[in-house]
Every structure is written in structure tokens, then in C-alpha cells.
Design a protein around this ligand. Structure first.
Ligand code: 6PG
Length: 248
């Protein structure tokens, strides 16, 4: 296992190449586990091309859908049917066509508030994992997908939020988002997200370049602090790649 703290940055040409590399890594990661596989998806716009690719024939036939379970790293506290709902988007783009319903594990937003929803999801994760404590030798997820926001947030862990220091709980309710959409959230915490064989960030487009320069420069931002107990990989397209990383 790679030492915690290692981060690999892989430059790719454009968003299409990025989605293809992410899909290939996901398929390769799944193929290393012949048992039950757990993948944690992410929200936002960055993973949508990847999700569409997974439903295409090339990838659809490479994924053993009956034994892959799909979770979500954070959720906007809106009804599942609303366009802003992260798992709702993943379902519409690929999961509902490809995965058995019992393998899809959404964060329930029909509950009274984000804290109740967070607690319910922690219970679901613990029951899937088969223990209440994370064992570093047995990661919760095979792969965790992540994105980065313009303020350096990842999942729904925002800069300066006390949730960043959570060391015991696997999930927390987030009453206030730092960026649009300004709806409450539920997020997995750094220890839960980091309990994975691979954490895979996707970042594309010129609007990500400034924040990536800060994250890769070592600023104390959520997206920098989020690390896998295994491999942490960033796929970054040319438009997003900070100047100092070009040509490396
Ligand atoms: C969310 C996300 C969030 C996202 C980043 C990047 O619910 O918004 O999970 O962490 O990954 O904000 O979003 P974009 O991909 O839209 O830039």
C-alpha cells in the first residue's frame, strides 16, 4: 500500500480523455477484487461524462454489476427526484439502467434533517462494512470518486468547517454550504472517505486552475487533506493544470 500522503497527479488532454481514464481506472480497480466491490460516487458536474461512459456498451460489459455496490460521498439535502440531488443524477445517467436497485445506496433526504440523514447513512455504511470501526487493513471502499470546488472544498467538506476535524463519525450533516447550491448537505467525513484502496479526483476546465495551484501547493484545504489510505490520484486536464505542473 502506498504511504498515506502520497498523491499522484496525472495530466490528461481534455474532459473526454479524463472521463475515459477514470472509467478505465474504475474498471481496473473493480477487476482486482473478485468479491463484493464498493464504489463511492461524487456529485457536481465533473463526473457526468464518466457516468455516461459507464453506461456505454464498452464499459457496461466490463463491469460485474451484480457484485458492485454504489454509494455517494455527499448529498445535497433536496428530494431524490430533484435535479440537484447527486445520487439522483448518477441514477438517471447510468445506475438505473445498469445496476440492480439493491446495489444502489443513496443518502436518504426524505428524513427530518441532515443530521438524521447522516446518522441513517452511517448505519447503512457500517452494516455494509460489517463493523462500527474502520480497520486500516480492510478499506471500506474500493474506489472513492472526488471533485474539487472553487473554494477548495471536496465532497461537502468546506474550508473552516468543524466537520473537517471529525475523527469518529463516518458522516455528518452540514447545515450551510459555502458555495452554490446553497442547500444543506450530508457528507462523509475524511476518515470514511479515506478508507479506500483508491481515491480518484477529477478536475477539468480553466476555472479549476487557480484552486489546483493552491491545493497542489500544499494549502490547508479540504481537497488537499482528503487522502486515501491507499492511492490518491488526481486526473487533471490541460486547461485545469497549474502553470508549474505543465511539462512535468
Ligand atoms: C457537490 C459535490 C462537490 C463537487 C465539487 C465540484 O455535491 O457539489 O460533491 O464536492 O464535487 O463542488 O463540483 P463540479 O464538478 O460541479 O465542479
Amino acid at each position: 500500500m502506498a504511504a498515506r500522503g502520497n498523491r499522484k497527479i496525472i495530466p490528461v488532454a481534455d474532459p473526454a480523455a479524463l472521463a475515459k481514464m477514470a472509467a478505465d481506472r474504475l474498471a481496473a480497480r473493480i477487476s482486482t477484487n473478485s468479491g463484493r466491490v464498493a464504489v463511492c460516487l461524487t456529485g457536481g458536474s465533473s463526473p457526468r461524462q464518466l457516468y455516461a461512459l459507464l453506461a456505454s456498451e464498452t464499459y457496461r460489459s466490463r463491469i460485474p454489476w451484480d457484485r458492485v455496490h454504489w454509494f455517494i460521498g455527499d448529498e445535497r439535502f433536496v428530494l431524490a427526484s430533484e435535479p440537484l440531488n447527486n445520487m439522483g443524477a448518477a441514477r438517471r445517467i447510468f445506475l438505473d439502467q445498469c445496476a440492480p436497485a439493491s446495489n444502489i445506496h443513496p443518502i436518504l433526504t426524505e428524513l427530518s434533517d441532515p443530521d438524521a440523514s447522516a446518522e441513517q447513512y452511517a448505519g447503512e455504511l457500517k452494516s455494509f462494512y460489517g463493523a462500527d470501526q474502520l480497520d486500516p487493513a480492510r478499506p471500506l471502499f474500493d474506489l472513492v470518486l472526488m471533485g474539487v470546488g472553487s473554494d477548495g472544498h471536496t465532497a461537502s467538506l468546506f474550508p473552516g468547517d468543524p466537520a473537517l476535524h471529525e475523527s469518529a463519525r463516518w458522516t455528518v450533516g452540514v447545515p450551510k454550504a459555502n458555495v452554490e447550491p446553497y442547500v444543506p448537505r450530508v457528507t462523509l467525513t475524511l476518515p470514511a472517505l479515506g478508507s479506500c484502496r483508491e481515491m480518484l479526483f477529477e478536475a477539468a476546465g480553466p476555472e479549476k486552475r487557480a484552486i489546483l495551484a493552491r491545493v497542489f501547493g500544499g494549502d490547508n484545504l479540504p481537497a488537499n487533506r482528503a487522502r486515501s489510505s491507499g492511492e490518491t490520484v488526481w486526473l487533471v486536464d490541460q486547461a485545469a493544470l497549474p502553470e508549474s505542473f505543465r511539462g512535468r
